[in-house]
Design a protein around this ligand. Structure first.
Ligand code: C2E
Ligand code: CA
Ligand code: CA
Length: 509
């Protein structure tokens, strides 16, 4: 066990030598001063010698007591998180090692709060600290006497158990914890449902692993819970490591793919809901990986690029390429997708400004599509960045509307110029009354807030009619156009301009 050394720490040799030194200085010195020597000096100074030894013993006793108390205090503090009073990561490692020596099965749960960051951003760090302390109490309560709980730092907690069916019992405890954290906790005047994602890992007598590996596995499983939609427990599985390995490979391939020019853009037209003329195009990233490698869709490689930060160079390339292509397309609006990682990057508005300046692309023809999750992750930073982007004259569109929980407050706060109704909402509206009511009211709400509305993923005439009647002003979907190469957009626009010119001539004649 780690034992910090007290500043007054004395070795046993020191403990013996110091009194002898003190005694000989006192007795020898005094005897010499009054003219005695040798044995007589010691005998004559016996009372003084005894007093010195007694004083020394008493001093040692008090120093020893306060020293031990200080050492114990330091030891305690080195193992306890001051905010929650729970043991910390250091203690967790020791406990796992201890349990592994005596118990058949050791199970570990890694618990990460889901929306702690938003609470901190919304209400400040004081409330954030109170919430952590309260979550610590909830965890302590659900663990009871069965499991030991810890705070590992930030919004990360853990629980550990040893015993024959430790894993099963700990999983039950975790589910009870999710129930509690999924319902609002009361913090003064506020009620906050923070939620959590949990990863579980176990080791048994015949497959012992070091405590550090156990923590890593639980952490990987927790990450899977987060990716799987949060508010869930996931047991570690070896396939997670293989998947991570694959993700790392894709990451390397993206890096080399950017350098080798393997990425290109497709554009999907958006049409006016009434006259079906192309009014905008959305730039969609494609990866030409050649015939020897498995094809990857943006839904696979974009999340990898986001996690690794590669979306930053890739996103700037998309922006530059898209405005270069769209420069040829008259007054058609260009929509470009922006990821959360790009929005959080302070460099992004600077790069956007550079691209607009270098290419001379009119900012009012550019729209950036952002998703709700992108804004919820870091609303304060997002709001600041969006303000800078708007100051250039670029518009902001809320993408995939209807898949999240966007409230009226949220829509007002970010003042989007346009909402894009998600394909799932459009699809369900055709078959289910509840979804249809939701779609109609979403469009009405957007209109009331002075936002434009695009319906996305429209595949049938019935869906097109439905969104048109509900008030959508633009339609995007395979019914009208799929994503096509830039050269095909050149052709479509030339044809549209031709038709317009003929209609004009016809009117004039
Ligand atoms: P998104 O922004 O929601 O883009 C629309 C997706 O729906 C596109 O898929 C498009 O091809 C598809 N789609 C359009 N109409 C229909 C339809 O009628 N039926 C069906 N079934 N699908 C339709 P894609 O191109 O595979 O892109 C998937 C996602 O990848 C995009 O979803 C967007 O989130 C992301 N993405 C694509 N390009 C970029 C990019 O340059 N940057 C970033 N950050 N994300 C991108
Ligand atoms: Ca989009
Ligand atoms: Ca979308």
């Amino acid at each position: 066990m780690f034992t910090p050394k007290h500043p007054l720490h004395l070795t046993p040799v020191g403990l013996v030598l110091i009194p002898i030194l003190v005694a000989s200085v006192l007795t020898g010195g005094l005897g010499f001063a009054i003219g005695l020597s040798g044995r007589w000096a010691v005998v004559s100074q016996a009372p003084l010698l005894i007093t010195a030894i007694l004083i020394y013993a008493a001093t040692l006793f008090f120093l020893g007591r306060s020293g031990i108390a200080t050492i114990r205090g330091l030891e305690h503090r080195a193992h306890i998180d001051p905010l929650t009073g729970l043991p910390n990561r250091h203690a967790l490692h020791e406990d796992i090692q201890f349990l592994a020596r005596g118990e058949d099965e050791v199970a570990l749960a890694m618990i990460d709060l889901d929306s702690f960051k938003q609470v901190n951003d919304h209400y400040g760090h004081g409330v954030g600290d109170q919430l952590i302390a309260l979550c610590g109490e909830v965890l302590r309560e659900v663990c009871g006497k069965e499991a030991r709980c810890y705070r590992l730092g930030g919004d990360e907690f853990a629980a550990v158990m040893g015993g024959k069916v430790a894993g099963t019992i700990l999983e039950g405890i975790c589910r009870a914890l999710l129930d509690k954290l999924g319902t609002p906790l009361t913090l003064g005047p506020r009620h906050i449902a923070v939620g959590a994602s949990i990863g579980l890992a176990r080791s048994t007598a015949d497959s012992r692993i070091p405590s550090s590996e156990m923590l890593r596995r639980a952490d990987v499983a927790m990450d899977m819970s987060k990716r799987g939609g949060k508010m869930r427990c996931t047991w570690f599985n070896e396939s997670f490591d293989r998947r991570r390995e694959r993700v790392r490979e894709i990451e390397d391939e993206i890096r080399t793919g950017i350098a080798a020019g393997e990425f290109h853009l497709a554009y999907q037209p958006l049409v006016d809901a009434q006259d079906k003329r192309i009014v905008a195009v959305e730039a969609l990233l494609r990866w030409n990986r050649g015939p020897d490698r498995d094809p990857l869709t943006p839904n696979i490689f974009i999340p990898v690029a986001e996690d690794s930060g590669l979306i930053n160079p890739l996103g700037v390339w998309v922006l530059r390429q898209a405005v270069c292509d769209a420069g040829r397309w008259g007054d058609i609006t260009l929509s470009v997708n922006i990821s959360a990682a790009q929005l959080r990057n302070a460099e992004f508005p600077i790069k956007l400004g550079e691209v607009l300046e270098e290419t001379g692309f009119p900012p009012h023809r550019l729209e950036l599509e952002v998703t709700e999750t992108c804004l919820v992750l870091d609303p304060v930073v997002a709001e600041r960045t969006l303000d800078v982007i708007r100051s250039f004259g670029v518009r902001i569109v809320l993408d995939d509307f209807g898949t999240g929980y966007a409230s009226i407050g949220f829509l007002r706060r970010f003042r989007f110029e346009k909402l894009k109704l998600d394909r799932s909402l459009v699809e369900l509206a055709g078959v289910d009354d509840g979804s249809r009511a939701m779609m109609i009211s979403s469009i009405a709400l957007a209109r009331a807030l002075d936002m434009g509305v695009t319906a996305e993923g429209v595949e049938t005439e019935e869906q097109a009619e439905l969104v048109r009647l509900a008030g959508a002003d633009q339609i995007q979907g395979w019914l009208y156009h799929r994503a096509v190469p830039a050269t095909e957009i050149d052709r479509l626009i030339a044809r549209q301009n031709d038709t317009d010119a003929k209609a004009k001539d016809g009117k004039a004649a």
